[in-house]
Design a protein around this ligand. Structure first.
Ligand code: SAH
Length: 473
């Protein structure tokens, strides 16, 4: 190990920065975040540094002092109890001289972009104060470090700060309650992987605090259940949200639909119980009431339940009804949006739903037949400059196309049917209101399929980019 990572408490301690440009500014900002008292020596200062000093003075902080002069050893020697010197000029020789002075005085030295002359280096930081993650390659691969940081930023919920602060405020009480370290650890593990953490991430801090207090006071067996209504997207597992993935990996029980892809389901925590509650058209093995009740029962038993649905739970997903029942029973729940079939299929088929040359609006329509009929407001649907997206429209496709024509839409209006959108089996059939049904029936397309009608469909030829090997003629 070339460097030992340490976290430096700079609060109220003296730091010297040499240099007044943009590079110095970046370091000053960081050190200021850590509440150090900063002296900056430079021949001149960039406007932002001058502003910062001005604001510091206005607020009476007395934390930032500018000295306009060429750097001299005396500047360094004049600062009492100096703990850190940062050389950030664009003069390499001067930077090295500053570092030598600092080291001779036994003060930590950092030279920007010159690790060889530094005794300490600045890491890349993922800041979820009070949680801090510092990453460094010792100067070997800064770009790699930046990429790793981006990954971590995405992985760690933004609300981690709030959760850590909450934990901090309960630390002593938890210590008093559990004398044994192993019990304490088990307690915190449950807190950080359950509804309390989720409430903190959702910025429901009162509720998180209340749950934590309850958990602390109740018996060891006490557990709070919660239901997460999660959108699993249209199929491609890469389209899940970070939040969906996190909750799927914490769940005790997962109730899922027919439309949830195998690849998405594979991402559920290994030892979670998986319960299929799917419905196939015209055949309802598990009634909606039954699903609603199951969610309530499992949550009341204290489980973390994920209700995993295809696409987005609030778009033709009856998600609203499920959480209404939960709300009536006072069970905490959260809703995680997913990419709905219209967005997923349109993107993966290269059909921009509202390309401004062709459409100013888009409609999502339930296109299923009820007793052989489709009761829709057709005169509205044939208005110009809009894109129509029909969900559940495969069996009624002929009716959809006929009705649109009868109500005045040009029979040559482009139309597409996307089968199993966003999966490797995706097929896109393109035609117009006259030709599409026959093309689709001849190919024997199977559910799930989505129908898009409107001039934006013509862009598919130019913009298709996904799964081109499987493209039908
Ligand atoms: N909540 C879901 C929709 C449920 S209704 C969502 O937001 O996407 C079910 C209908 O969604 C299907 O009949 C089909 O029209 C459409 N659908 C869902 N996934 C699809 C996919 N991968 N490809 C094409 N259509 C899909």
């Amino acid at each position: 190990m070339d460097y030992l990572p340490l976290f430096h408490n700079l609060k109220g301690r003296n730091v010297l920065v040499v240099g007044g440009g943009e590079i110095a500014l970046r370091k000053v900002r960081l050190v200021q975040e850590a509440s150090a008292i900063i002296t900056i020596v430079a021949k001149d200062f960039c406007p932002d540094l001058l502003d910062m000093a001005e604001r510091d003075k206005e607020h009476g902080c007395n934390g930032l002092h500018l000295i306009t002069a060429p750097y001299k050893l005396e500047h360094l020697q004049a600062i009492p109890k100096l703990v850190l010197v940062i050389a950030a000029t664009n003069d390499r020789e001067l930077n090295r001289l500053v570092s030598e002075h600092a080291q001779a005085a036994n003060v930590l030295a950092n030279v920007v972009d010159d690790p060889g002359y530094s005794t300490v280096i600045f890491p890349s930081i993922v800041d979820r104060s009070p949680i801090q993650i510092a990453i460094s390659s010792g100067g070997d691969a800064p770009v790699l470090v930046r990429m790793l940081r981006t990954k971590l930023e995405a992985l760690i919920p933004a609300g981690t700060s709030k959760l850590a602060a909450l934990a901090g405020s309960f630390r002593e009480r938890v210590k008093a309650r559990f004398a044994n370290g192993a019990d304490r650890k088990a307690f915190w593990e449950e807190v950080f992987a359950g509804p309390i953490a989720e409430q903190a991430y959702a910025n429901n801090l009162d509720s998180a605090e209340q749950l934590l207090a309850q958990k602390l006071e109740s018996s060891d067996e006490f557990k709070t259940g919660e239901v997460y209504l999660v959108g699993g997207g249209p199929g491609d597992p890469d389209l899940l949200t970070f939040k969906a993935l996190r909750l799927m990996q914490q769940a005790d029980i997962v109730l899922y639909d027919r439309l949830v892809s195998k690849e998405v389901l594979n991402l559920v925590r290994r030892d979670a119980t998986r319960i299929y509650v799917g419905k196939t058209a015209g055949d309802h093995p598990v009634t909606q009431e039954n699903i609603n009740q199951k969610l309530v029962d499992y949550a009341l038993e204290g489980h973390r339940v994920v209700r995993l649905k295809g696409g987005d739970p609030f778009i033709f997903g009856r998600g609203g009804e499920e959480i209404e029942t939960l709300a009536e029973h006072g069970i905490p729940f959260q809703v995680v949006p997913g990419i709905t079939a219209a967005s997923g299929c349109a993107s993966y088929a290269g059909i921009p739903l509202t390309h401004r040359d062709y459409a100013q609006s888009v409609r999502f329509i339930a296109g299923h037949l009820r007793s052989g009929k489709m009761d829709l407001n057709w005169p509205e649907l044939v208005q110009p400059n809009q894109t129509l997206v029909f969900y559940m429209g495969l069996s009624g496709m002929e009716t959809i196309c006929d009705e649109l024509k009868q109500h005045g839409l040009d029979p040559q209006t482009p139309a597409a049917l996307i089968e199993k959108g966003t999966s490797y089996n995706q097929q896109v059939f393109v035609g117009d209101l006259d030709t599409l049904p026959a093309t689709v029936r001849a190919a024997g397309a199977q559910a799930p399929t989505l129908i898009i009608v409107g001039h934006v469909v013509s862009l598919h030829r130019k913009l298709a980019w996904f799964n081109l090997a499987e493209r039908p003629e």
